[in-house]
Design a protein around this ligand. Structure first.
Ligand code: F6R
Ligand code: MG
Ligand code: MG
Length: 362
């Protein structure tokens, strides 16, 4: 039998209460019930939560990544939740399930996912970040800080097990191509791409020995109605401690809220608000974008926890700062750079308006 553990996180928006703000407790109940019924012989453990209107399924098992049985279970679970959402007439019920039939792998079918397989260490602390009202590029800046910035992660300087640095695997969302950068040697090259977070995103991070350290739910953008859509409220798995960034080093980037794309109608920049799970219900201008951090210790595949890491009062000031930034940015209304540039917006009336007034241009 495979001695490795696989940690798989799946997320989908299959209906919101109210609007795009949250999910109904019955949907979460249904997810737990389905996973409990199907668990035997397949899962080691599972955990269900939500951030905003996205349901997150955290599964541990020994089937490896991209496993059909696991992906089908996640898909079926989201289908069950959709049935509940439809009964309750939740908003946008089933919106992230883009096809009718499961085709072997959940990739490209609507839901997001991040998976990693590893040998469980003597002690295995992991953090699962889950965000709503933003896109995968939201992880670029914090991941750079965690794994490449000594002003954030002192371990890079003073821990002999981290001093070699890490390898970043970057995905070009448009061309669907991958490239690795070795840090610290190549940080200037890396930053050329990481800084363009609407196109280049971190897929995974490895130790130089090859051990996996972090994986995001980043996927190639879907081309729909002639436009790329990629603002899939993202998840991120980070392993911590013993030669990897400490839990506090992994959380530290969120103490200073950075600007991310998303928010109202997926068409605005705003600060990312680190919140407890209870506060993961975006309402103001459908936001601001927010992130939760669930910490677990794995014990032979069991998810011991979670610890709701952003519930710490030490993040209160980050929240205050984010809210001040939100006030400031909202004053700009429909103007860039609060509003995204034309080619990045999820919604636009430009073709419509242009058609109407085209003869008036001289
Ligand atoms: C952003 C988001 C919401 C919706 C907005 C309009 O990711 O989910 O801000 O875009 O509430 O939603 P519709 O078009 O469904 O009325
Ligand atoms: Mg939604
Ligand atoms: Mg969402």
């Amino acid at each position: 039998m495979n001695s490795k553990v696989t940690l798989s996180v799946f997320k989908a928006d299959v209906g919101g209460l109210v609007g795009h703000g949250s999910v109904h407790p019955d949907m979460l109940k249904e997810a737990k019930k389905t996973l409990e019924e199907q668990k035997a012989g397949l899962l080691m453990d599972f955990f269900v939560t939500h951030v905003g209107d996205d349901i997150n399924l955290v599964l541990t098992h020994q089937e490896g990544v991209d496993n059909e049985k696991i992906h089908k279970l996640a898909w079926d679970t989201f289908l069950k939740c959709t049935e509940v959402a439809k009964e309750l007439k939740m908003y946008g019920a089933g919106q992230d399930l883009l096809t009718d039939a499961f085709s072997g792998n959940i990739k490209g079918m609507g839901p997001g996912m991040a998976e990693m397989e590893f040998d469980e260490r003597v002690s295995e602390p992991v953090i699962i970040f889950m965000a709503d009202k933003t896109e995968p590029g939201a992880w670029n800046l914090p991941l750079y800080k965690m794994f490449a910035d000594p002003f954030n992660t002192i371990g890079l300087v003073i821990d002999p097990n981290m001093h070699d640095g890490f390898v970043f695997e970057i995905l070009d969302l448009i061309e669907d191509k991958y490239i690795n950068f070795s840090c610290p040697e190549e940080i200037y090259d890396l930053l050329v791409f990481l800084g363009a977070s609407n196109r280049y995103v971190v897929k995974s991070i490895f130790r130089k020995s090859g051990d996996i350290a972090a994986v995001s739910s980043t996927q190639k953008m879907n081309l729909m109605a002639g436009r790329y859509i990629g603002k899939d409220d993202p998840v991120l798995i980070v392993r911590c401690q013993s030669g990897l960034p400490a839990v506090g080093e992994v959380l530290e980037p969120f103490a200073n809220p950075h600007l991310v794309a998303g928010w109202m109608r997926g068409s605005h920049y705003g600060p990312i608000l680190p919140v407890s799970q209870k506060e993961a219900v975006p309402t103001r201008f459908d936001g601001p974008p927010r992130v939760i951090a669930m910490g677990f210790q794995l014990a032979n595949g069991m998810l011991v926890g979670p610890q709701d890491l952003f519930a710490d009062v030490a993040f209160d000031r980050a929240r205050e700062k984010a809210l001040k930034i939100a006030d400031y940015m909202r004053q700009m209304g429909p103007f860039e750079p609060h509003r995204l540039s034309l080619d990045e917006m999820e919604y636009t009336t430009m073709p419509l308006v242009m058609e109407k007034i085209k003869d008036r241009f001289e």
